[in-house]
Design a protein around this ligand. Structure first.
Ligand SMILES: C[S@@+](CC[C@H](N)C(=O)[O-])C[C@H]1O[C@@H](n2cnc3c(N)ncnc32)[C@H](O)[C@@H]1O
Length: 222
């Protein structure tokens, strides 16, 4: 069985290679499907003018731009150069966003007011990712994570049914089908995510949302 490190390295290859390019073909459709989470995240992050915000796994930069429009000073990082190129090309010059190609597993960012990540941490060894997000913020700073979990078993039937009903009903085109063919998500149950989150971020508030997403919000003690 592959280790988490090997799976994460596979992810890097995937996002930087042809799989990432195919996925980009379907990216805008996926964005429309998950737009609601961007809004929830934005509200929860409550990024204020002048705050230094770090976003990990920024993709094409939609959330980074929303935060910058509120006056936040955003550093937006993504593993895939192609995502960063696209994010830059979609960003008007007046917005305060510094885009960087980078891998959270090899970064040690520090001193941010807010560190945020959406739909990304399931690609990474979770405890290490939580710890890096925590280290990125200054005392009193906020970590906000929105990501996927797996809901299995009879007890989850009502939740799964409600999440299916709410999912986007846009037809799945060829681009999306081929993009997902090379995509793998190793999702954890929420109980396990809670356990890891509480160990790395004592006092964290983890909430379950429809659409197989959880949010984790943590404030670093002063
Ligand atoms: C599912 S996409 C989500 C993009 C965006 N946050 C959104 O919600 O639309 C995951 C993104 O995380 C990036 N990513 C994956 N592993 C990463 C890592 N180790 N460090 C930084 N970014 C990573 C991928 O390149 C991809 O753009």
């Amino acid at each position: 069985m592959k280790t988490k490190e090997e799976l994460a390295a596979e992810q890097a290859t995937y996002w930087n290679g042809t799989g990432g390019q195919m996925w980009l073909g379907a990216y805008d459709r996926i964005q429309r499907g998950i737009q609601g989470f961007g809004e929830v995240t934005l509200k929860a992050a409550n990024a204020q003018a002048g705050e230094r915000v770090l976003e990990i796994g920024c993709g094409t930069g939609a959330l980074a731009r929303s935060m910058a429009r509120r006056g936040a000073l955003v550093t937006a990082v993504d593993l895939a150069p192609r995502m960063i190129d696209l994010a830059r090309s979609r960003t008007p010059g007046h917005l305060a966003i510094e885009y960087r190609v980078g891998d959270l597993r090899r970064l040690s960012p520090r001193g941010f007011d807010v560190a945020i990540t959406v739909n990304t941490l399931h690609h990474l060894p979770l405890a290490d990712a939580f710890e890096r997000m925590a280290a990125a913020v200054a005392a009193g700073g906020t970590v906000l994570i929105v990501d996927l979990f797996e809901a299995r078993g009879l007890a989850e039937l009502p939740y799964n049914a409600a999440s299916w009903l709410l999912r986007t009903r846009e037809p799945v085109g060829g681009a999306l089908a081929s993009a997902w063919a090379g995509h793998r998500d190793d999702l954890l149950p929420l109980s396990e995510i809670r356990r890891v989150a509480r160990a790395a971020l004592p006092g964290v508030v983890v909430r379950r949302h429809l659409g197989w997403r959880y949010s984790a919000r943590w404030t670093k003690p002063r």
